[in-house]
Design a protein around this ligand. Structure first.
Ligand SMILES: [Ca+2]
Length: 272
């Protein structure tokens, strides 16, 4: 009697097991090629909707293309192996500092206002602006939504990029970007190359036109200052290595030479 009950139970337990498998197959599963991207997008759309992405964002997701160029760039990404001196030379630090000083002098009132509001000195913001896009000279040519969505689908760093994909879709909802907005290979936006999740969180409409626009210089630099302030920038404290605000610069970019370069160039721009 007991045995036969067990026998009868077993198929039921197996059915339950298959049920669980079927459910997990509905969750968005990463992939390493364009095959499976469409299925993943459909599954990710359900997750995005559950996390508050609206109609416009979901439409942008549905239209996203597998970004082969982004994946190729991601696979070939080289770590910063340069010494600081070499890095400064390769990135044209002398030119950035010289141009940065001119920019600071030309728009002194603007940079002073940013420092009054956020506590971040002009040199740091201008050094970041120069390093990220050559002062807006090249802000990228990859479709941001497609790039960031593809990186989230790709198995390598799904968890890192997922909040930025959701951020990008919410930025579409808000009208801050569209499905066509272009940025860098990893979906970085605008003058200072914000990842979309950070753009959503720290973006500021500083020129007061009702829209946070990372391709507008005023909005982009105020957003950058806001990011640094929210990450713990202490007004009036130093930002060189060993000083309190260097730890905040470290949150902008993970590469050590980049952090030191920003601190050094910032001081040269501020001192000029
Ligand atoms: Ca604006």
């Amino acid at each position: 009697m007991f045995t036969s009950t067990m026998r009868r139970l077993r198929p039921f337990a197996m059915a339950l097991g298959f049920g669980l498998l079927a459910n997990s197959a509905l969750a968005a599963t990463c992939g390493n090629s364009a095959d499976g991207f469409s299925n993943w997008k459909a599954a990710f759309a359900r997750e995005a909707a559950a996390e508050g992405v609206g109609q416009r964002g979901l439409q942008a997701l549905a239209g996203a293309q597998y970004a082969s160029g982004t994946i190729a760039a991601d696979r070939n990404q080289k770590s910063f192996k340069y010494s600081l001196e070499k890095f400064l030379q390769v990135r044209g630090a002398t030119t950035i500092v010289a141009q940065g000083r001119k920019r600071r002098a030309r728009d002194a009132a603007f940079y002073d206002a940013l420092e009054r509001q956020y506590g971040v000195p002009a040199g740091v913001l201008i050094a970041i602006h120069g390093m990220e896009t050559g002062f807006g000279g090249f802000m990228g040519d990859s479709a941001v939504v497609s790039a960031i969505v593809t990186l989230t689908y790709d198995c390598r760093r799904s968890d890192f990029f997922r909040p930025h994909a959701l951020g990008a879709l919410k930025l579409v909802d808000q009208g801050a970007i569209t499905a066509q907005t272009k940025g860098a290979k990893h979906g970085e936006l605008g003058h200072t190359q914000f990842l979309p999740g950070n753009a959503l969180r720290y973006g500021v409409d500083a020129n007061g036109d009702g829209r946070v626009d990372f391709y507008n210089l005023t909005d982009a630099l105020a957003s950058t200052a806001n990011f640094l302030r929210q990450k713990g920038w202490q007004p009036g404290q130093g930002y060189q290595e060993g000083q309190p605000n260097f730890a905040v610069i470290q949150q902008w970019n993970a590469a050590g030479v980049y952090q030191k370069a920003i601190a050094l160039m910032g001081a040269q721009i501020d001192g000029g």
